[in-house]
Design a protein around this ligand. Structure first.
Ligand SMILES: Nc1ncnc2c1ncn2[C@@H]1O[C@H](COP(=O)(O)OP(=O)(O)OP(=O)(O)O)[C@@H](O)[C@H]1O
Length: 776
């Protein structure tokens, strides 16, 4: 077996070995054992994290042993960092005969060898980025194709991965794919270092001592001393110490004094070199040797006032050596500039892949440079351009582009203009929002606010508050969204004011979300006022086409909520048309959805639903977006219901609720539940319908959604009435609409009031037959 398998040992067939003993009584370790027992019988992928030597592999072996897999299943241990990149594919997947020069015979890969067993991918953080997509594919499809082979083969084993690195950091810096990370970390176990579970030390010492031919016995003081000792190498270091003592000590009874003689570093060890080297090794630089050399030269130069001769003497080398190294650095700096210029040119020509490769090269060259201001600015610019490339290649929502944006943000902190930083953050935020990663979007908006506070720049402040308000609206917190919009001061703007640093009409967007959030909180007159302001903006001859699309979106959305079909029609078609002509993909989707709503409202529910479905798929889902999900699902399910397709409507709602829940999207949650209840009613499941409508009502109440409350209460009251529970219906309806503003026309409210009229005139003191039956 190849040397990079495991840590120098061949893949073990564990059932032939004595049973594993993993020792530890500490609560932390016991928790790990409980997790292992729970996870082992499943087939899920597992990620084990923890510092080096802490016992990640032993945990993986436990999972393997306790798993429900075939008793003959092997435990194949692969050290990902040790496989040369060009061999990874054939080593993992195997190859056919003649697949490449030197492939004289067919060879099984580890995926095949694992059979029903476990493939332990140790040091997964070192897995080459270029091959991560292939690994992800195997995890997703559970099939693989040998190099040079035609057919897919099934992978029947289990994957356990481990790393001592922080994979989330690697994802952020673009060195590890986010999708692969999430796929691996279906379950994860963190094995803490020994300093987090010192109570395990005595048991481990006894365990390791017992394995020696002459087992040493440690006194109570010695064990206490070991518990107090730092263990940077964790269990592995402790095991080595016990072995060293067993072999070298003349005594088998190990007193505190004897132990101290093994703990006291030798003169050679006493040098701080280990700590120093450890610190260097922890630095996030790929080429540590070059790094040490650079640091040494820089320090020597600075200690000697820049004199190369004195620095060289201090370093014990010839002056020419120092000069050559400095010259090489200079040259690489020139090479960075050249790559940057070439990369930018390619980018301008739309040659994204070529540009990305060139820019990446520049970044690699830059890794050898200092982190002074110009270098950091350069790094910022390179990451920013790379993000543009990846957006071009993989789409605006790609994790690669996001990772580059974030890397740019880190590099740019404190070195680029705060407006520039803010616009980058706004870009990150808008992608997170489009993908409905609402918690991340909220965190980004909060970071923008922090930046706004430090710079005291009103435009940055307005944008940050707007971003937060917008995110909070989707999270279902309309009250808070309104508070942020008030703080943004965007709603106090003069009518003609529009542009933010982003070049978009932020005032219209603020009016839109103020309208939507006011509507949700029942401030209907205010929502109507925002609608009027937006309608005025739509006709502003000064507005750019993009700004007009923004205003049309807001006005049409509110018209739709107010059920103003007459106003909705022309605005929806104008938005769809304008967005088509100017290729505003997102607004095209929004326009089409409103057109579908309009068709359904005019009595054409099936074609209306189809238009919404097609638009959502084309302009949102296929672009990787998830924004607007609940709204379109609500409107489509309503249309399906109007077309008499209750089963389809119920199925759509069920799926939509799951998706909304996974995104924490709560803006139209109660509306979705309400249609779900109505669909059940149409299907004859009256209990299910009542439950659904009650959930819709309580959700609306919890979220403070007044329109949701009115709708759910009206339908529930109708249902109760039909079921003979008139008094309950009246009281429920009364409670739900008593405090609602009645100054502007709102059809849902009118329907509720009409129902109230219809239900009320009878003498409420006489119970109906249904009420008697229900024991009310
Ligand atoms: N709880 C334990 N009980 C018994 N032995 C243990 C325990 N934890 C770790 N060991 C032993 O300590 C040594 C290091 O453990 P292991 O190889 O599992 O660590 P690791 O976290 O995978 O390290 P690395 O990150 O360096 O690969 C091994 O010899 C292992 O058998």
């Amino acid at each position: 077996m190849t040397a990079y398998l495991g840590h120098g040992r061949s893949p073990a067939v564990l059932h032939a070995e004595p049973p594993l003993r993993a020792v530890g009584h500490s609560p932390a370790f016991q928790k790990i054992l409980r997790l292992v027992a729970r996870i082992a019988p499943t087939d899920h992928t597992l990620l084990i994290t923890g510092p080096t030597g802490a016992g990640k592999e032993i945990v993986a072996q436990l999972v393997h042993q306790q798993g429900s897999r075939d008793a003959d299943g092997r435990f194949i241990d692969i050290n990902c960092g040790a496989i040369p990149e060009q061999l990874v594919e054939s080593e993992l997947f195997g190859h056919t005969r003649g697949a490449f020069t030197g492939a004289a015979a067919e060879r099984q890969g580890y995926f095949e060898m694992a059979a029903q067993g476990t493939l332990f991918l140790d040091e997964i953080g070192e897995f080459p980025l270029s091959l991560q997509a292939k690994l992800l594919r195997v995890l997703e499809t559970r099939t693989f194709r040998p190099v040079g082979g035609q057919e897919q083969r099934p992978f029947t084993g289990r994957i356990v991965a481990a790393t001592h690195r922080n994979l989330e950091d690697l994802v952020r810096s673009g060195r590890f794919r986010e999708d692969l990370y999430y796929r691996l970390a279906v379950f994860s176990i963190d094995v803490p270092g020994l300093d987090q579970r010192r109570d395990d030390i005595p048991a481990l010492v006894h365990h390791f001592a017992a394995r020696e031919s002459t087992p040493p016995r440690f006194s109570a003081e010695a064990l206490e001393r070991l518990k107090a000792q730092p263990w940077p190498g964790n269990v592995r270091e402790l095991r080595s110490l016990v072995s060293r003592i067993a072999v070298l000590s003349d005594e088998t009874e190990i007193s505190l004094g004897i132990l101290e003689s093994f703990l006291t570093p030798s003169a050679e060890q006493a040098l701080p070199s280990d700590a120093l080297i450890d610190a260097v090794l922890r630095l996030d630089e790929p080429d540590k040797m070059a790094l040490v050399e650079r640091l040494l030269i820089d320090r020597a130069l600075s200690l000697n006032g820049g004199s190369k001769t004195a620095a060289a003497a201090m370093l014990g080398v010839n002056r020419k050596v120092v000069e050559r190294r400095l010259l090489a650095r200079e040259k690489s700096r020139t090479a960075v500039d050249e790559c940057m210029i070439a990369g930018r040119r390619m980018l301008e020509r739309g040659e994204f892949r070529e540009s990305a490769a060139t820019l990446r090269r520049a970044l690699t060259l830059l890794d050898g440079g200092n982190e002074h201001l110009p270098t950091r600015k350069l790094r910022f610019e390179l990451h920013r351009m790379l993000a543009v490339c990846y957006r071009g290649i993989y789409g605006w929502h790609s994790p690669q582009a996001q990772a580059e944006h974030e890397a740019a943000l880190r590099a740019g902190q404190g070195v680029v203009d705060s407006i520039e930083l803010n616009s980058l953050m706004f870009g990150i935020w808008s992608v997170q929002l489009m993908m409905m990663q609402l918690f991340s979007a909220r965190a980004t908006a909060q970071d923008m606010l922090k930046l706004a506070h430090t710079t005291a720049h009103p435009a940055i402040h307005a944008e940050a508050q707007f971003a937060l308000a917008n995110t909070l609206f989707w999270l279902g917190d309309s009250e808070e969204a309104l508070a942020c919009l008030a703080l943004s001061k965007l709603l106090d703007a003069e009518p003609a004011e529009r542009h933010s640093a982003q070049g978009i009409d932020l005032v219209a967007l603020a009016q839109t979300f103020a309208g939507l959030a006011s509507f949700q909180t029942g401030a209907l007159a205010r929502a109507q006022r925002m609608r009027e302001l937006l309608a005025q903006r739509c006709t502003d001859p000064e507005a750019s086409m993009f700004d007009r699309a923004i205003a049309l979106q807001g006005a049409a959305w509110l018209a739709c909520l107010f059920e103003d079909t007459q106003a909705l029609g022309p605005m929806a078609s104008e938005l769809a048309q304008l967005a088509r002509d100017h290729e505003f993909g997102f607004y095209r989707g929004v326009g089409e959805i409103f057109c579908g709503c309009h068709m359904a409202a005019l009595g054409d529910p099936e074609p209306g639903e189809q238009r919404m479905r097609v638009a959502y798929a084309a302009y949102f889902v296929e672009q990787g977006g998830a924004l607007f999900h609940s709204f379109q699902a609500w409107k489509r399910a309503e249309a399906l219901l109007a077309a008499g397709r209750a089963a389809d409507s119920a199925a759509l709602i069920e799926q939509a609720l799951e998706i909304a829940q996974s995104h924490h999207e709560r803006a139209y949650l109660s509306e979705l539940m309400c249609v779900g209840g109505l669909a059940k009613q149409m299907l004859g499941d009256l209990d299910g319908a009542e439950d659904g409508l009650r959930s819709a009502l309580s959700t609306a109440q919890a979220l403070g959604s007044v329109p949701g409350r009115i709708r759910a209460a009206t339908h529930l009251a109708e249902l109760l009435y039909q079921d003979g529970r008139r008094r309950q219906a009246v009281s429920l309806l009364e409670k739900s609409i008593q405090d609602v503003e009645r100054v502007v026309p709102y059809p849902a409210l009118t329907r509720a009031l009409q129902l109230m009229e219809q239900l009320k005139p009878r003498d409420l003191s006489v119970p109906t037959v249904g009420e008697v039956q229900h024991g009310i």
